[in-house]
Design a binder for this molecule. Structure first.
Ligand code: PLP
Length: 416
């Protein structure tokens, strides 16, 4: 007996005009959607493996790195986070987590699940951890891995990371950065940071859908991971000797095997998510076609305009301005306004999504994103206009026009 309706719920038909101004996902670029409809090929087809190699080259550009090992982990951004951590950390090893928000807590939790000893260097939510505090903690705990979040969307703060690689090398550690929310919108300078592993996602500033996660790995981190190589029995060949170090605690996220698939060995580890690979390829082409400096400046300007508009209306921006992410702003929900009712109004009356919050900030702030194609003057202006009206209908009168203040930021600045 089936309770399915005769039309099997109808063809999928989500609203295609909704403006996604939350902390991600953001709207997907139409070129990316078109790329995703290209024909799926077998994962060892030479035309497909050529596409894989192109994706590796393109993401070296996006990550600003010369790392050979620059490729994709299939799954949402946390798939790459988990792959990085489980592939580096053997049970009992120490990870130092730099933590000042929900995603720092996520790194702690993944570290625990790896069986690692988790040490923390932290700052209150809304702040960042100074590099000298990271250095002091690293010298104290001598970790195998130092793990950080670049832009923690839960707090909208961007952790400064210059010097990270030197700190890690100074104590014989590897370093890891979660740049899910900043790649393509802020300066993710992998080689300048000398970071060993950096991972991201497509659904924020890259203008793609969630479902595949770019990753880049330094040679020295790759060497560490390959020492843990234990190719699964059913696909191992005579030359696949097990490495000397402990087996990686996950099969799917075993980066030694995943890298063997992305190398000339073409190890038959998994079936590559072909349509997502096409999406990643087109995202990178769009980002590099625009040019990273121009794109980052576009995000900076949109974020600054949004924050100026918010403040002009008499609302308060969350967190310190010095370390605010370009592409997300936290806004205190004013006294007497129901945060969820306002968000519902934005969605239902204006087709605009803005974000809620969690943990200690639940019910206290909204999070408004300006990411990928939405980091533009007209989207900032539309969002502020709608917000002003929605707030008035919820009983809060703006002090002054947020739109005027935002446009004032654009006046004289080069950018749209
Ligand atoms: C900084 C950061 N890390 C990790 C994630 C998790 O990403 P996903 O939901 O794609 O797994 C997010 C998602 O919001 C994020 O903002």
């Amino acid at each position: 007996m089936s309770d399915l309706p005769a039309d099997l719920f109808g063809e999928i038909d989500p609203p295609d005009r909704r403006l996604l101004m939350g902390p991600g996902p953001s709207n997907v670029h139409p070129r990316v959607l078109r790329a995703m409809s290209a024909a799926v090929l077998g994962q060892f087809d030479p035309e497909f493996t050529t596409t894989m190699n192109q994706v590796m080259a393109l993401y070296r550009g996006v990550f600003q790195t010369t790392n050979k090992w620059t490729f994709m982990v299939d799954g949402t951004s946390r798939a790459a986070i988990e792959a990085a951590m489980v592939s580096v950390l053997a049970p009992g090893e120490t990870v130092l987590v730099v933590s000042s928000g929900r995603f720092g807590l996520l790194l702690q939790e993944i570290g625990q699940r790896c069986g690692a000893k988790v040490e923390i260097v932290e700052a209150p939510w809304g702040e960042v951890v100074p590099m000298n505090a990271i250095k002091a903690a690293a010298e104290r705990v001598r970790p195998r891995l130092i793990a950080c979040v670049h832009g923690d969307t839960s707090t909208t703060m961007a952790q400064p990371l210059d010097g990270l690689g030197d700190v890690a090398r100074g104590v014989g550690a590897l370093s890891y950065v979660d740049a899910t929310a900043t790649l393509g919108g802020m300066d993710v300078a992998v080689d300048r940071w000398r970071a060993d592993i950096v991972t991201a996602g497509l659904q924020k500033c890259m203008g793609g859908p969630p479902g595949i996660a770019p990753i880049t790995i330094s040679d020295r981190a790759a060497e560490h991971i390959f020492a843990r190589r234990h190719v699964e029995k059913g696909i191992a060949s005579a030359g696949d000797n097990a490495g000397p170090a402990p087996v990686i605690g996950s099969n799917y996220f075993d980066l030694a095997m995943v890298m063997d698939y992305w190398s000339d060995k073409r190890l038959n580890h998994h079936t590559e998510a072909a349509s997502m690979l096409y999406a990643a390829r087109e995202c990178a082409r769009i980002v590099l076609g625009e040019g990273l400096p121009k794109r980052i400046e576009r995000h900076r300007l949109a974020g600054a305009a949004m924050a100026a508009g918010i403040e002009a209306m008499g609302l308060k921006v969350y967190g310190g301005a010095a370390h605010k992410m370009f592409n997300a702003v936290g806004v205190f929900i004013p006294e007497g306004v129901n945060g969820e009712s306002l968000r519902k109004r934005m969605r239902e009356e204006f087709e605009i999504e803005i974000g809620t919050s969690f943990g200690p900030l639940a019910g206290k702030i909204w999070r408004i994103g300006t990411m990928a194609g939405n980091a533009r003057k007209h989207h900032v202006a539309h969002t502020l206009m709608a917000l002003e009206t929605a707030l008035r209908r919820e009983g809060f009168a703006a002090k002054a026009s947020g739109v005027d203040a935002a446009l004032g930021v654009y006046d004289g600045a080069k950018g749209d």
